[in-house]
Design a protein around this ligand. Structure first.
Ligand SMILES: [Zn+2]
Ligand SMILES: [Zn+2]
Ligand SMILES: [Zn+2]
Length: 781
């Protein structure tokens, strides 16, 4: 592979070695460098090794400088450059440029790239009748296509992927071997002649004869059928997103009521027609990860009402696989509900046989293919929150990209929490979070966890020496960790839930601390055995002090109070001094329910005390929206945020602000944010007919102000002016915006999540940071 271009005789030659670290393998980096060197008429070579790529270039200095500038400025779309280190070498007179074969030995730090959406070049070929890959559902190149989901083990090379069973035809092989071709070393390279295929099946598994399975799928969708479509990271269940009957039928069959569904639309213009998109939301939609983006829905957008009932947002995304583009290509399908093919919270189906068994009663037909999915991976969900990206579900397109850690970590496993879980493996200065695994509460969830753990620990060659878990004794992840550590004789570290949330935020921003952490959350186990969630912590990575929290209130029925937030509202109202009869009227409880709950609270029967802000949001939503129960986690709170969306950021009303009760001198106990006055103001407003959306806005403003003042009090005591915002409540855009702007006005520097989820999906990364800090402190003692 020698370039014929001479280095040129114009000036004395220099030679440099250039070491590039980051995501530089499997993303077309070597052919890119080859082209660049050829254009700059430089001699030298490029090769992969375990650390990234090593380049040597030789030629006149100005051209080497130009090469270095362009190396960063024009890098391939999927590449991420973390560092470029150069050194001078003696010139050898080399004038041609070579790609050297790479022998990768030892520990690999580059791993596998994430899956990437179909690039524009491939899309043009897909829709070009004269191209040899016209309408081929699996075309890809070095700039796009599946990676993580088709890879069995490292190094990322075709024999290690599920493409191994498809030997390339001569034309594909020639592309694969040509350094100047867009498909040079594109591991999933394929075409009609040599690659995977699609077909249609009925629900009972018999093949449907079809000249064009994609065209027939479109007919089924337009008819209102539910189609199981095998995708990149798993099966989707798809229905026409404009067909209310079809959407309702899918919900019935999936037993998924209320929880918003996402819609895929043809392109950016179509996305603009269903949602009001800001430029940063448009950019997020089009990143190589192509996440589902939660954006403000346009009224009268033609989307079936039961896609996202009761909220003003719609999860919208763009086709990211050629097969999906083909479903939209003739313009007849406007929007597809595309939901993970599973029942309730089970992991997404990936295997053809598994799909036939699990989805046979849900889907009318199956659009199958024969490229095996080796790692299940849901669609990622993201939003623009307070001016920046926030990941709500980190999966396809983001996994398994490394997230930097602010300190050195020994090889470790952090298992995360319970719901919406993802674990993290860490070593050195990096953590690798797993894909979103869902709820870790049944055998299927645990199997997914163990499978993914085996895969990622193999991929990154991380053999954990330390296992990190949540403080909650009842989490399946806790008992699993104890057993796992015991069997292998590993060190076990326990991390408090809300400390882990703040450490995650500190970690992704490289903050050493101490910080004032506002850990505003649903529920997590506290060091006093109570259920925390509205916490003002003073944190470093290795320790925290609880400065203040929302005043405790009973959570009658424990978990039942999450599914039936009217219970929380009832408990809050009693605690705020309302009579039983008033609490009954405001929560719509029956006489029998009142008797039962009052007794539970009074006798402390199955009524743990909680300081959760998420549960306070639930309770307030019950009283304002008259919603007694929820179909999915945080539904009431999300609807409460939703109704306030048109309201201006409220002038702060003093009686809505939770007051900080000063600790008596000498008292060690944390301060308490009292919420009884807030409840009295809120109920008084309801009774005097203040519109619910206004009350909702005032509530957001009051809560934010209460925590801002608590942060000021913490600063007075500690001198710390850095605030980290974390916890599931930070998904609330209004709250995030009010907190950040209010804190900045008071002179704080504020950090919030951008790469890691503020919710429990980000917990494992925070646990890893805490454990690494604890171990680091230990070793320096
Ligand atoms: Zn491509
Ligand atoms: Zn081929
Ligand atoms: Zn949490």
């Amino acid at each position: 592979m020698t370039s014929p271009t001479p280095a040129g005789p114009d000036s004395a030659s220099a030679r440099k070695s250039i070491r590039v670290r980051g995501v530089v393998q499997g993303v077309g980096f070597r052919p890119f460098v080859y082209r660049l060197a050829s254009e700059e008429r430089l001699g030298g070579s490029i090769g992969n090794d375990t650390d990234g790529v090593v380049i040597e270039v030789e030629g006149p200095r100005p051209r080497i400088d130009s090469f270095l500038n362009r190396l960063v400025a024009e890098k391939p779309i999927l590449a991420r450059i973390d560092s470029v280190v150069t050194a001078d070498l003696a010139a050898t007179g080399e004038s041609g440029f070579r790609i050297v074969a790479s022998e990768v030995h030892g520990r690999v730090s580059t791993g596998i790239p994430a899956d990437a959406a179909t690039c524009l070049d491939c899309l043009r070929e897909l829709l070009n009748p004269t191209d040899r890959r016209y309408r081929y559902p699996f075309l890809n190149c070095t700039n796009c296509g599946p990676r993580f989901t088709i890879t069995r083990r490292i190094p990322y090379d075709r024999p290690q992927t599920s493409m191994a069973v498809f030997p390339m035809c001569a034309e594909c092989q020639a592309e694969y071997d040509d350094p100047l071709n867009r498909r040079f070393h594109a591991q999933p390279n394929a075409c009609w002649r040599c690659g995977p295929r699609v077909w249609l099946e009925t629900a009972d598994g018999s093949k449907i004869e079809s000249a064009d399975p994609v065209a027939d799928t479109i007919e089924h969708l337009l008819r209102g059928d539910t189609v199981a479509i095998k995708g990149i990271g798993g099966f989707h269940l798809a229905v026409d997103g404009t067909n209310e009957t079809a959407v309702m039928r899918l919900r019935d069959r999936k037993h998924r009521y209320g929880k918003p569904l996402a819609v895929m639309v043809r392109d950016l213009d179509a996305a603009r027609s269903v949602c009001e998109l800001a430029s940063d939301e448009e950019a997020l939609l089009q990143t190589p990860a192509h996440p589902i983006v939660l954006a403000y829905a346009r009224s009268g957008n033609g989307i079936a009402p039961s896609v996202a009932p009761g909220i003003p947002w719609l999860g919208v995304y763009l086709p990211y696989a050629p097969l999906q583009h083909l479903l939209f290509a003739d313009g007849r399908v406007k929007a597809l509900v595309m939901t993970s093919a599973n029942l309730s919270e089970e992991p997404i189906a990936i295997d053809n046989e598994e799909a036939r068994v699990r989805l046979g009663k849900i889907a009318n037909v199956f659009l199958m293919h024969n490229r095996e999915i080796l790692q299940r991976c849901d669609d990622s969900v993201a939003a623009i929150v307070d001016g920046g990206q926030q990941l709500i579900r980190r999966a396809r397109g983001y996994v398994p990209l490394a997230i930097p850690l602010p300190m050195e970590a020994p090889p470790m496993l952090a298992v995360g929490g319970h719901l919406k879980n993802a674990f993290a493996l860490a070593r050195g200065r990096f953590a690798y979070q797993s894909q979103h695994l869902g709820d870790l509460e049944n055998l299927k969830g645990l199997e997914f966890f163990e499978h993914s753990l085996a895969h990622l620990s193999h991929t990154f060659e991380i053999e954990p020496q330390v296992v990190v878990h949540d403080l909650h004794p009842g989490y399946l992840s806790t008992s699993w960790s104890k057993e796992y550590a015991k069997q292998r004789g590993l060190r076990l570290i326990t991390v408090q839930h809300h400390h882990a949330h703040i450490a995650a935020c500190m970690g992704e921003h490289g903050l050493a601390g101490p910080v004032i952490g506002l850990s505003l959350d649903g529920t997590g186990f506290g060091t006093d055995g109570r259920i925390w969630g509205g916490e003002v912590l003073v944190c470093t990575h290795d320790r925290f002090e609880r400065f203040a929290h929302i005043d405790y209130v009973a959570m009658p029925g424990g978990e039942a109070a999450i599914r039936g937030p009217w219970r929380m509202a009832f408990a809050h109202l009693l605690a705020a001094g309302f009579a039983e009869s008033e609490a009954r009227e405001l929560t719509g409880a029956t006489d029998q329910e009142v008797r039962l709950l009052s007794r539970m609270i009074e006798r402390e029967l199955n009524s743990p005390l909680t300081s959760s802000l998420g549960r306070l949001f639930d309770a307030v939503a019950v009283v304002i929206l008259k919603r007694r129960t929820v179909d999915y986690d945080a539904q009431a709170a999300i609807e409460l945020e939703g109704i306030a969306i048109e309201q201006p950021d409220e002038e702060m009303r003093e009686d809505y602000v939770p007051g900080l009760a000063a600790a008596d001198s000498g008292q060690v106990a944390p301060r308490v944010l009292g919420i009884a006055p807030l409840w009295r103001a809120l109920v008084s407003d309801i009774r005097s007919g203040v519109p619910p959306e206004r009350i909702a806005a005032q509530f957001h403003a009051g809560v934010a102000q209460g925590f801002i003042r608590a942060a000021v009090a913490a600063r007075e005591k500690t001198g710390i002016h850095l605030v980290a915002l974390s916890g599931g409540c930070m998904h609330n855009r209004r709250l995030a915006r009010l907190l950040r702007s209010g804190l900045e006005q008071r002179g704080f520097k504020v950090s919030q999540h951008r790469q890691v989820s503020p919710g429990d999906g980000g917990l494992s990364y925070g646990q890893a940071a805490v454990a690494a800090a604890i171990l680091g402190t230990d070793s320096t003692r």
